[in-house]
Design a protein around this ligand. Structure first.
Ligand SMILES: [Cu+2]
Length: 87
């Protein structure tokens, strides 16, 4: 697991190693200053910055690199998980 933390921020996403497939992401946002945005290889989903609460996304990820970030703070709040080819 790669964990990046600020006072109000944590991303718990395997940095490497997920195999291609379908994943459910649970986004819990308790602030109106941040959002969650995943992009890469046909995937581009995000929450609104003003949104507070929990949202679930079920996404099919193919092999490759993805970016997950907070759009207002992309330098501090980001991770780039790699998805490996499935078996
Ligand atoms: Cu942010």
């Amino acid at each position: 697991m790669s964990r990046r933390s600020l006072s109000a921020f944590a991303l718990l996403v395997p940095a490497v190693a997920a195999a291609a497939g379908t994943y459910r992401f649970v986004v819990r946002n308790r602030s109106a200053m941040h959002n969650w945005h995943i992009a890469g290889l046909g995937v581009n989903e995000q929450t609104r910055v003003s949104f507070q609460g929990t949202k679930r996304f079920t996404l099919r990820l193919s092999a490759g690199r993805f970016t997950i970030q907070c759009d207002p703070h992309p330098l501090q709040m980001n991770t780039r998980p790699r998805v490996a080819a499935g078996r």
